[in-house]
Design a binder for this molecule. Structure first.
Ligand code: SF4
Length: 272
């Protein structure tokens, strides 16, 4: 049986519940779109496009204002592009307005921190706003794929800061902590980067858009974590294809106050 191509999401799904992995990646049942996913895509697109805006006219006096208005325009534009998908979510107008405003707040929070980073750079290096902007512009939405480890991932931002490489993933989560699934996702990105470039990124982390960036150092231990977890998933999914080999893990992640697992109705974990 061929080795399956994994991703940080598939590996984390496997660890959370093997039955869920089976439904999503072997049976390929459709997943349900939700506002958190759609809003996440919109925010990612804004952050990707932000670094393509025209900055020639920026000055020390106007750049903070220009950053804000540029991001506001980008969000309005992206929200319009996603109109059909947003409409398909069956939300009330009030809910849509709430999520739009919340997304705007997150992006404005990001802009405030970005403006500070430009300011620190221009002061420290005595460079222009434009130079600081270029230095802070990351490589965006890069696909990394390893045949060796049979895994693929899309990295949101790779920053080359002075002599260091930092890998950043954007998240709109309300929780500002590094749970195990996030650590594993970052470990896999680090492994992919290391395999392709032959150097370890110095740091890897999450830009929690509601809060701030949280980074950790990349070391051998992190790479070993990624290799070990990938091996475990491949060892199982490379041999097992039948649903009975993918048991349910029934937890609060099957159904919670405001939502449920995409496969709850199909799986019937509580027997109804
Ligand atoms: S409903 Fe629960 S047990 Fe069933 S697939 Fe989803 S997470 Fe697993």
């Amino acid at each position: 049986m061929p080795t399956r191509l994994q991703s940080p999401s598939s590996v984390n799904t496997f660890k959370q519940c093997k039955r869920k992995y089976f439904y999503q990646y072997i049976e390929k049942l459709p997943t349900l779109p939700n506002i958190h996913q759609v809003r996440g895509n919109i925010a990612h697109s804004c952050l990707e496009d932000f670094f393509d805006i025209s900055i020639e006219h920026w000055t020390p006096e106007n750049y903070a204002f220009e950053c804000k208005t540029a991001m506001q325009r980008l969000l309005l534009n992206q929200w319009g592009k996603y109109k059909e998908r947003l409409t398909g979510l069956d939300l009330s107008q009030d809910q849509v307005r709430f999520y739009f405003e919340e997304t705007m707040l997150m992006l404005m929070n990001w802009v405030t921190q970005f403006v500070d980073r430009i300011s620190v750079r221009t002061n420290r290096l005595s460079c222009s706003i434009q130079d600081a902007f270029m230095q802070l512009t990351p490589v965006r939405e890069q696909e990394y794929k390893s045949d060796n480890y049979s895994v693929r991932g899309f990295i949101d931002a790779i920053e080359h800061l002075d002599d260091e490489i930092h890998i950043v993933d954007y998240k709109t989560n309300s929780r500002f902590d590094f749970k195990d699934s996030i650590r594993l996702q970052l470990a896999i990105y680090s492994l992919l980067y290391f395999e392709k470039h032959g150097v370890m990124p110095a740091k890897v982390g999450i830009d929690f858009l509601r809060h701030k960036k949280k980074m950790i150092n990349v070391d051998e231990e992190l790479l070993t974590l990624a290799k070990r977890e990938l091996e475990l998933v491949h060892a199982h999914t490379g041999l097992c294809e039948h649903i009975t080999e993918y048991p349910r893990t029934i937890t609060g992640l099957c159904k919670w106050k405001t939502g449920q697992c995409d496969f709850y109705a199909h799986c019937k974990p509580h027997g109804k």
